[in-house]
Design a binder for this molecule. Structure first.
Ligand SMILES: Cc1ncc(COP(=O)(O)O)c(C=O)c1O
Ligand SMILES: N[C@@H](CCOP(=O)(O)O)C(=O)O
Length: 465
């Protein structure tokens, strides 16, 4: 299994290089050159397997035989032992035919832990084998940063620099990034929004001199290994609802399109997924794109689901590549349009292919709040605002007999103010995070200026050559 760039102008790589590289050198994103496929019979035999065993079975074909089986099994087991629920990602029924997939039982209470706990251990393993160090720079709208810091804190072979939008993340999210006392962790509050942070990150990858000098690596979902790890919970939840003998649909609160692209990958691998539903907040570029065929940037508006306050949805590029029949020249044309005029139009045939698998909808902050309150009254279940956006969008779809799995991407305690304002209830942080709000913060405020951020990183990274 090798990996090819969506822009077609970077070398194909094996698994370890793809993971360590992050963004392809032509600015594209790596995807597997073909999708591994599991027959219905093979999927049926996965029923009842523990989450870690399922992960080993589903992910091994992606490793290109570069990680020894016993090492991979150990790494997977260690990664999922950090989760506080024995099922790792359990499902809970809240209505007839409707199930919440709880992805927040990891150390930082968001779905990012599922991939980040695995990625940090895999990267550490590869760097140790190679005798190398790496500099990890990540951009976050709130959750990726905390998950990355938790997963990489104290690791000898990596320094981690997390760029977050100053004043635009929740207080809990900020403290998860700013209260680590590990020497290899650097939290940078950028005067801008998430798109500015992600834009600078991509510019750092495209600055090849800087990239090579600091041995730059990425942990955002532009890194294929992040998406790969997220495939597993689509299988685990669908299996427990009767797959492969019963199709399942998924609704996914979406920003950077990484999580839902993992669902698309699961479908390509043989999982019978009926519909993949993109749920956005007021930053509804993806919902508009599916409706009109035009991907057009507008300004980012702050909402009560800050982790989805995104306009440049990086992983949508992976879907564009797939929907264009893997023609990289089409992706290059779209991306050039985006850079020049902030927009591009998807041709009729690829748009039809996208619409054949995906639906999309939008929930305003008020609609998400109303959903939190109604769900609490109806079923006693407390949603976070991101998950609530998904639930609102799912409830607007035409009725269907196919079970709907709603991805719950964060614990409500990460967004206590929004949750309390919606329903009057305070969501408590779990015991292991109870002192979080009293810990001392440590972070640096920087302008949204590529040179200043690069200089900051280069002056502190230990991998600098
Ligand atoms: C809580 C939460 N929900 C949803 C999303 C959107 O996920 P994705 O960017 O993979 O679409 C994010 C951030 O990515 C998040 O942190
Ligand atoms: N919502 C994310 C944004 C970055 O997404 P990623 O999945 O590409 O890392 C966040 O919480 O940081």
């Amino acid at each position: 299994m090798r990996y090819v760039s969506t822009r077609g102008e970077a070398p194909a790589l094996g698994f370890a290089d793809t993971m360590m590289t992050g963004l392809a050198r032509d600015g594209g994103l790596y995807v597997p050159e073909s999708w591994p496929h599991f027959s219905a019979d093979a999927i049926r035999k996965m029923r009842g397997k523990p989450y870690a065993d399922l992960a080993v079975e589903l992910l091994t074909p992606f490793l290109n035989a570069e990680i020894k089986a016993r090492d991979f099994e150990r790494i997977v087991r260690e990664a999922y032992a950090t989760f506080r629920h024995p099922a790792v990602c359990p499902i809970v029924q809240t209505r007839p035919n409707e199930f919440i997939l709880e992805l927040f039982h990891g150390p930082t209470l968001a779905f990012k832990d599922v991939a980040m706990q695995l990625l940090a251990r895999l990267m550490d393993h590869v760097l140790t084998e190679r005798g190398q160090r790496a500099t990890i720079v990540g951009a976050t709208s709130g959750d990726t940063g905390g998950a990355a810091i938790e997963a990489f804190a104290g690791r000898e072979r990596t320094d981690v620099f997390i760029l977050f939008p100053h004043g635009r993340v929740s207080a809990v999210q900020q403290r998860q990034m700013t209260t680590s006392d590990a020497g290899n962790v650097h939290a940078l509050a950028i005067e801008g929004n998430f798109d500015d942070c992600q834009g600078m990150l991509k510019d750092m990858f495209n600055d090849h001199a800087f990239r090579d000098r600091v041995m730059l690596s990425g942990v955002n979902s532009i890194n294929w290994a992040r998406i790969m790890a997220q495939i597993v919970y689509y299988f685990s939840s669908a299996l427990s609802l009767g797959a492969p003998d019963r199709p399942v649909s998924f609704t996914v609160p979406t920003g950077n399109f990484g999580d839902i692209f993992a669902g698309y990958a699961a479908k390509r691998m043989g999982l019978p997924i009926e519909r993949l539903v993109i749920a956005t907040n007021d930053n509804d570029i993806l919902a508009r794109t599916l409706a009109t065929g035009e991907y057009r940037m507008t300004g980012v508006v702050p909402t009560t689901s800050p982790s989805m306050d995104i306009q440049i949805s990086s992983n949508f590029e992976r879907l564009l590549f797939e929907s264009a029949g893997r023609d990289a020249s089409v992706v290059r044309r779209y991306m050039a349009g985006l850079k020049q005029s902030g927009a591009f139009t998807i041709e009729a045939a690829p748009l039809q292919r996208i619409r054949a698998e995906f639906d999309a909808g939008r929930a305003s902050s008020a609609e998400a709040a109303q959903t939190i309150s109604e769900t609490l009254k109806e079923s006693g279940y407390l949603l976070d605002p991101h998950t609530a956006s998904g639930v609102y969008v799912a409830h607007k779809l035409p009725k269907s007999d196919v079970p709907m799995v709603l991805l719950s991407t964060a614990h409500p305690a990460k967004f206590p103010d929004a949750v309390k304002a919606a329903c009057g209830k305070t969501a408590e942080l779990p015991d292991w995070l109870s002192g979080l709000m009293d810990r001392k913060e440590r972070f640096t405020v920087l302008p949204s200026d590529l040179k200043m951020v690069e200089d900051y990183v280069a002056s502190r990274a230990r991998a600098v050559s």
